[in-house]
Design a protein around this ligand. Structure first.
Ligand code: AMP
Ligand code: FE
Ligand code: FE
Ligand code: ZN
Length: 313
């Protein structure tokens, strides 16, 4: 039997989903309970292990949680194992780093094939770049503060994706700052003189890679207040053409003005709207389930993904 699945709100370039592409949605996902599609574990810069994160998601009353560590899928299996038998649905995901000119743009990726060669190679390259960049940042900070590379390694997990949050934790442990946020506002700020960027592909390369691996790309927190303005329409149009599926509009870092504009872009380019917490354990104030995604949106994400399936615990 083949033919398009009639999904609520499905229209535009992603609307016609061919059933022969794989999916019978019945039983594939349990849409009861709140859906939070953006969280981090200690595999990147969250403070809880994937198993602890799963337990926290259940305690927070979520029905579905996506694990989206930066540039790594290393936490997926532990999250699946921890969710097994609990009724929690785990959406395997990742937050892929990309660079758009001087701006760092984060691309959420859901349900792609974790064994895809291009994904494995590119995320390895990004993680290597992050590691060496962190070493150089720490070397510079170490000239002015008592801080060594070993202090930073003590705050990270083996093989985990390294970032400024781990340097922040080391600065806290050494008593130089009170918490991660204070570190980001001072020593780790891009204007501090210690900062540097790291290698990442372009957003377009990122979207293409995710789609080629059977995954679903969603632009993370696209309207954060910061160094650069909301990504311009021309770029969104190009990404949508390449298969960008959604915009993470309900996120605490998006400005209110930015959200209004993102809604217009979502409508114009037929992109779905997601919401999520961007939980980092105690590393950020963001609480699980503080923003959520509508069940019909998750249904559409699952329907177009061919790289891997949600894990039903
Ligand atoms: P990096 O990727 O190494 O440049 O570090 C950026 C990461 O640090 C982001 O993914 C955030 O999750 C995290 N981050 C940014 N600002 C803060 C903050 N104020 N407190 C805690 N974590 C933060
Ligand atoms: Fe993070
Ligand atoms: Fe992010
Ligand atoms: Zn994040």
């Amino acid at each position: 039997m083949s033919g398009p699945i009639d999904l609520p709100g499905a229209s535009g370039p992603h609307g016609a989903i061919d059933r022969s592409d794989a999916i019978d949605l019945r039983g594939a996902i349990d849409l009861r309970g709140a859906i939070d599609l953006h969280t981090h574990s200690s595999v990147s810069d969250g403070t809880e292990s994937p198993a602890e994160l799963v337990r926290a998601a259940i305690a927070a009353g979520l029905g579905t949680v996506a694990l989206t560590d930066h540039d790594s899928t290393a936490g997926w299996q532990e999250a699946f194992d921890a969710a097994s038998g609990t009724g929690l649905t785990v959406i395997p995901g990742m937050e892929l780093s990309t660079n758009y000119g001087p701006a760092s743009v984060h691309m959420l990726a859901y349900l792609f094939d974790p064994l895809n060669g291009a994904i494995i190679a590119e995320t390895q390259r990004i993680r290597d770049g992050r590691l060496h960049r962190a070493e150089r940042i720490v070397e510079r900070i170490g000239k002015d503060y008592d801080l060594t590379w070993d202090d930073v390694l003590a705050q990270s997990t083996d093989g985990g994706t390294l970032g400024r949050p781990h340097i922040a934790d080391a600065l806290v442990a050494k008593g130089h700052v009170t918490d991660r946020s204070a570190a980001f506002q001072s020593i780790l700020h891009w204007r501090s003189g210690y900062y540097e960027k790291y290698y990442a592909p372009s957003p377009l390369e990122g979207v293409s890679m995710i789609v080629a691996a059977g995954g679903v790309p969603v632009l993370a927190h696209p309207a954060t207040l910061g160094r650069y303005r909301v990504i311009e329409e021309k770029a969104i149009a190009q990404l949508a053409d390449a298969g960008l599926f959604g915009l993470e509009i309900h996120h605490r870092d998006n400005t209110e003005d930015g959200k209004v504009r993102l809604y217009e872009l979502a409508e114009k380019y037929h992109l779905v709207v997601t919401g999520s917490s961007d939980y980092h354990g105690v590393g950020k104030p963001n609480r699980l389930g503080e923003n959520t995604t509508a069940p019909e949106v998750l249904e559409r994400i699952v329907a177009v993904a061919t790289g891997t399936r949600p894990f039903r615990g």
